[in-house]
Design a protein around this ligand. Structure first.
Ligand SMILES: Cc1cc2nc3c(=O)[nH]c(=O)nc-3n(C[C@H](O)[C@H](O)[C@H](O)COP(=O)(O)OP(=O)(O)OC[C@H]3O[C@@H](n4cnc5c(N)ncnc54)[C@H](O)[C@@H]3O)c2cc1C
Length: 479
């Protein structure tokens, strides 16, 4: 694989050379450092990298440059490389512009000049780790081959992505080499996806537990008894795991799908304490996971707690793999299940253009297309902002008369300022249709009753959630 690139841009040759030298010393062997003396020269370099399909991990850009400012360059460059991390080097007087850029172009960080190299590397190391965790690199790792419109392919990609396991996606309809590889492996069978591992093992249409075991996630508890068992690995469960284990309790957390829960699907959480520039759900989940493990908590992934019973002062939890675990204290942090939209055609197209939640794994496939979002709360707003990085147009369909009632003001402002996003209020979706994948949706105007059927590449649904408490029915009083 070509080494990922870090591109640094500054119009002052001495500064540019010093930054380049520091970067080369620090990232020797891991990243290729490319430099440019102006925004225009840097854009040419970015276009060249894109033509060769080279991975571009990070922009480190001076704000104040003649002709094109750092922010203007980043706004152009991110059209070609939307996932590349963006850091601005600013003078004190440019701080306001940098803060504006956090909202307008999703700047990841700004650093004031003059800077201390160690201060810069602390920030860059963090951002590069997140970039590696969240971006599909053309590397010799796990490869998932399938079709874009197969729900089983979507499920495997979603499981790997939400557990922050890097993989390469091979669309066998677009890539003849991949199709040949799959045909040669399956020998007449037609099951997708096919997952290729670097050690040569191949799994066909694997379930989550098999995948989890293969990629090294723990699926079986090491003991039969714990001080603390936590069911559900969202932010609440992860928090309980960190505090339980850090207090010296033997702790295990049981998660049926992926640590991070709902928060793990968020493209950007802006109101989490301690992250002034916001944090992606994947980043938050990966940090919390690492923290809980460091304190000694066990984390079981792809394991569902199927039954909870009381046994005197102890609690007993039955797991989907058959394990029965006991504990002194049991925390149930099972969160919520997303509500499904109940309209004709929707069930058949789930995973084939219809997605619940932000489905970060799929967004990039809708580049230059028109996608729809249903919902008027924060998760819908965040989803729309994320999709607008890729899609040509994003239409948010809101049942109520405005988004302001249920959405935070900062998001409403971001949406208002994004030319690619259109908001339609007082509407609902009556029907969806398509053969292989979603093709059209039928929208009803709730005031006039008029209906129209429009082409749609994808529909992302964010219509709320219901609590996941059936597990403790009969054990704990529910309301
Ligand atoms: C797209 C999106 C964006 C969001 N953005 C923000 C934001 O910007 N700011 C904000 O404050 N909030 C945001 N939220 C809300 C926030 O993510 C939730 O409030 C938070 O995740 C709730 O945490 P939790 O741990 O209680 O539950 P959840 O995150 O729902 O986690 C529960 C976990 O329990 C697991 N589980 C359930 N049943 C079982 C079982 N029987 N066995 C094993 N595991 C089980 C589930 O798989 C899940 O992983 C967002 C939500 C979404 C969906």
């Amino acid at each position: 694989m070509a080494k990922p690139v870090i591109l640094t841009v500054d119009d002052e040759p001495q500064v540019l050379n010093a930054v380049e030298r520091d970067l080369r010393q620090h990232y020797r062997g891991k990243y290729r450092i490319v430099k440019a003396g102006s925004g225009v020269e840097a854009l040419e370099a970015v276009q060249g990298l894109k033509r060769r399909n080279d991975p571009l991990a990070l922009f480190l850009v001076d704000q104040r440059m003649p002709g094109m400012t750092g922010t203007e360059f980043l706004a152009e460059a991110m059209k070609l490389y939307p996932d590349t991390r963006k850091v601005l080097l600013t003078a004190y007087a440019d701080t306001e512009a940098a803060i504006q850029s956090i909202n307008s172009i999703g700047l990841d960080h700004y650093l004031r000049k003059p800077y201390e190299p160690q201060e810069v590397f602390d920030v860059l190391d963090d951002l590069l780790e997140v970039w590696r965790d969240t971006v599909d690199l053309p590397y010799d790792g796990i490869r998932v081959a399938g079709t874009l419109w197969s729900p089983a392919s979507h499920a495997v990609k979603d499981f790997l992505a939400r557990n922050r396991i890097p993989y390469q996606w091979l669309d066998i309809e677009a890539n003849s080499e991949a199709r040949e590889l799959v045909e040669a492996t399956e020998q007449g069978e037609h099951h997708l996806p096919v997952v290729f591992f670097p050690d040569g093992e191949v799994l066909v249409e694997p379930d989550n537990r098999t995948l989890a075991e293969k990629v090294g996630l723990q699926t079986e508890a090491k003991a039969a008894f714990y001080d603390l068992i936590i069911v559900g690995g969202g932010p609440a469960g992860l928090g309980a795991a960190v505090y339980g284990a850090s207090e010296g309790l033997s702790t295990t957390m049981i998660e049926q799908h992926s640590t991070g829960g709902q928060a793990g699907t968020s493209s950007r959480i802006e109101n989490y304490l301690g992250f002034p520039n916001g944090v992606t759900g994947a980043d938050l989940a990966s940090r919390a996971y690492a923290q809980a493990k460091r304190f000694g908590a066990e984390i079981l992934t792809a394991v569902e707690a199927t039954k909870v019973e009381l046994d005197g002062t102890y609690k007993r939890v039955t797991c989907s793999g058959g394990d029965v675990l006991s504990c002194r204290a049991l925390v149930i942090s099972t969160g919520v299940t997303v509500k499904k939209l109940d309209v004709p055609g929707i069930a058949d197209l789930a995973g084939r253009g219809i997605y619940y939640g932000a489905s970060l794994t799929e967004a990039a496939y809708y580049k230059n297309q028109h996608v729809y979002v249903i919902g008027g709360a924060n998760s819908a707003g965040q989803g729309a902002m994320f999709f607008s990085r890729y899609a040509d147009k994003v239409t948010i369909l809101v049942r109520g008369s405005s988004m302001g009632i249920t959405m935070s003001k900062y998001l409403v402002d971001q949406i208002d300022g994004d030319d690619k996003i259109e908001v339609r209020t007082r509407v609902s979706v009556d029907e969806v249709s398509g053969k292989e994948k979603l093709e059209t949706i039928t929208i009803r105007d709730n005031d006039t009753g008029d209906v129209e059927t429009v082409p749609a590449a994808a529909l992302f649904i964010f219509i709320g959630a219901e609590p996941h408490t059936e597990l403790v029915d009969g054990v704990v009083e529910r309301n």
